[in-house]
Design a protein around this ligand. Sequence first.
Ligand code: BGP
Length: 473
Amino acid sequence: MQKQLPKDFVMGGATAAYQVEGATKEDGKGRVLWDDFLEKQGRFSPDPAADFYHRYDEDLTLAEQYGHQVIRVSIAWSRIFPDGAGAVEPRGVAYYHRLFAACAKHHIVPFVTLHHFDTPERLHQAGDWLSQEMLDDFVNYAKFCFEEFPEVKHWITINELTSMAVQQYTSGTFPPAEKGRFDKTFQAEHNQMVAHARIVNLFKSMKLDGEIGIVHALQTVYPYSDTAEDQHAADLQDVLDNRLYLDGTLAGEYAPTTLALVKEILNANDQPMFHSTPEDMQIIKKAAQQLDFVGVNNYFSKWLRVYHGKSETIHNGTGAKGSSVSRLHGIGEEKKPEGIETTDWDWPIYPRGMYDILMRIHNDYPLVPAIYVTENGIGLKESLPADATADTVIPDPKRIDYLKKYLGAIADAIKSGANVKGYFVWSLQDQFSWTNGYSKRYGLFFVDFPTQKRYVKQSAEWFKQVCETHVIP
Ligand code: BGP
């Protein structure tokens, strides 16, 4: 039988400012942590991306035409405050007013993220999420946005606080590219939770019209075998990937068992526990009691087995299947069981993991009133047929298959009681990937980057049907 989604379930595409806008040197935009990093690496440039800065109306036209009701966008903090704080850049402010007006014109409701991996350069150099200055300036920027953009009714404080911290300080794939610094990773996570909580509390005290939430990267972690050692390795990876910040943002306190697992990782690596004050914890508690929703980004799951060697991570940056390695000292080693399909970038395709994470939130974190799936999708190597015309529809059967399975898992979770209110496919149109550049495409709409022409993929037509009928064919 075909699976169904509720009639009021909203659907659309997701984007992030730095990955779609391009125009990084236009209209007074300030520099961010990535500019220097990417320039030095020389692998790819953040310009032109999908040139959304100039082509947002074209993309919103497609979104409307293909049945979307919502879109996820982020504000580039450095377009509003080029230096992270101080002088406001009016051209940046005007751009976001134009973007939100275009959303309204096309009947697409924007869900707006305040921080999607794009810390202004000065604050990055000051210590990024490890510095108090960053936290204070972030809260001021959020307040400015709440006052300036009353047309926005759905706010997201931070995108994937753990991905940011883990990739900055554990796996070294985000600037400043440090490896194995679990102490900095947990400290940056905690600090982001404090900043998030201060903003939620501020939003509520301003009595603004609308809702506010946070977006988490959540991957279900399973033991590789049923031995107690592998189960424990999975628990340790889970505290790093999910549990600490689920506790902090959705329950408002870290469970003693959660903190014990964090300490175990830090002790094994001879690193100190993160610092938190009773005042931090009061702020965090208050925010969890007022949070309107949690956004779940889920693409893959993990399997862990016991490992006692040195930390070693090899990131599959090029789509060379089977080249990823993740073995973390004090945690465990990722090892995928036989028979589970992966993408070219080694991400296991496992819709059951989506179901399990949604049910975990439903069962273990009852304070949070609603869930949105704020990112899910598959990166593929795709190219434009040589004889393509404007009407060419690009076949992407793998994406349709992936979306069908994951949306099916979401429908199952809703049936089992999880209050999932909407779905954002990553991504609306092709854009670059932070660590894989332009060769990994996720969009419902193909972007020919040299010409910036848009082409429809078959998945966009399939998705339209689901948006309109709420039936998963
Ligand atoms: C999430 C990010 C997105 C997006 C996505 C796909 O972590 O929030 O910005 O990039 O993952 O990841 P990737 O680009 O690494 O394939």
